[in-house]
Write a protein that binds this ligand. Structure first.
Ligand code: PBG
Length: 327
């Protein structure tokens, strides 16, 4: 039988050339940022809950970046696993100019000036309480924390960071850090705000990687409630007014609607972070042979792009770049 159908969407899918013309979303290595973990050790150390990801030595970091650049990934985000003995309640290691992150930035910029170096600003790797801010009487202090974040941002800028990325969710930190950087002449250093960051269960493998789990309570008094969407627009309006250059939504896959919402409400570039738990679940299924790793990972990244992300932070960046190159 033949249906009388003047309109048949399948005609635009009938061969590769037509599918190519109809394709609305493009995913390439230029959209990807590779987050990297550092530690003081001389050897790279695999992270149990993130197979294929390592706490890198300084030398390991340089070799990782060298490999990634060859594969077309040009942007890196640094996260330090700080030695337990250097963690204090005032988080002062966060702005030590001889600390792990400033040393890594200098080494990276010296060997690969073309690499885009993004650094994370927050206190959780440095703070003996495992919180992103200073703690007093069981409360996370806002304004006192912001003062330290400014010093941390200046420390990264002095070492040569291209982009500073506050992930702490304190109120007012974007404007305060912008002011602090500008007052010291760092007007060219960009601010990528973790603008819409949820109190998510998908961060646990990252906290294993840095040994940075909160020592008490949770992060719900500063990270957002996963039930909320309108609140994302409040955070967005503030970060825009305070001078953010790029705004991030995090995590990515469980929050695709929020990526779309932010995309439709700002002219700024939008970043999304496919976080450690998203990596872990895809990786675990792939290692068990339950999912086809290449096809599912690329589909997940394409979905994040389609939702409206201009750039994606993903631990799959190098693998994805290789797969995209192979076609
Ligand atoms: C902390 C920070 C976290 C991540 C990035 N920066 C964890 C947290 O907020 O507890 C998570 C990244 C990931 O899970 O991949 N400032």
């Amino acid at each position: 039988m033949s249906l009388n159908l003047p309109i048949r969407p399948r005609r635009n899918r009938k061969n590769a050339a037509l599918r190519g013309f109809a394709r609305e979303t493009h995913l390439g290595p230029e959209h990807l940022v590779l987050p990297l973990f550092l530690h003081e050790g001389a050897e790279n150390q695999e992270i149990g809950s993130m197979p294929g990801c390592f706490r890198l030595s300084l030398e390991g970091l340089l070799r990782e970046v060298e490999g990634a650049l060859k594969e077309g990934v040009g942007a890196f985000d640094l996260f330090p696993a700080i030695t337990e003995g250097l963690k204090t309640s005032d988080g002062r290691e966060a702005y030590n100019p001889a600390g792990l992150v400033p040393r890594a930035i200098r080494a990276l910029k010296k060997e690969f000036p073309e690499a885009l170096v993004i650094t994370d600003v927050a206190l959780d790797p440095y703070n003996s309480d495992g919180h992103d801010g200073l703690v007093r009487d069981g409360k996370i202090l806002n304004d006192e924390t912001v003062e330290i974040l400014i010093m941390q941002a200046l420390c990264h800028a002095e070492a040569g960071a291209d982009v500073i990325s506050p992930s702490d969710m304190m109120d007012g930190r974007i404007g305060a850090i912008r002011g602090g950087l500008d007052a010291r002449g760092f007007t060219e250093v960009s601010l990528l705000s973790y603008c819409v960051k949820y109190a998510s269960s998908f961060y646990n493998p990252f906290r294993d990687a840095l040994d940075s789990s909160p020592k008490f309570g949770d992060k719900k008094t500063y990270q957002m409630d996963p039930s909320n969407a309108r609140e994302a627009l409040r955070e967005l309006a503030l970060d825009e007014a305070e001078g953010a250059d790029i705004v991030m939504v995090k995590p990515a896959m469980p929050f695709l609607d929020i990526i779309r919402l932010v995309r439709e409400n700002t002219a700024l570039p939008v970043a999304a972070y496919q976080v450690s738990g998203e990596y872990a679940m895809l990786k675990a299924a792939a290692l068990n042979g339950w999912l086809d790793e290449r096809r599912t990972v690329l589909e997940s990244l394409l979905g994040i792009r389609r939702a409206g992300a201009d750039m994606i932070f993903t631990y799959f960046a190098r693998q994805a770049a290789r797969w995209l190159k192979d076609g």
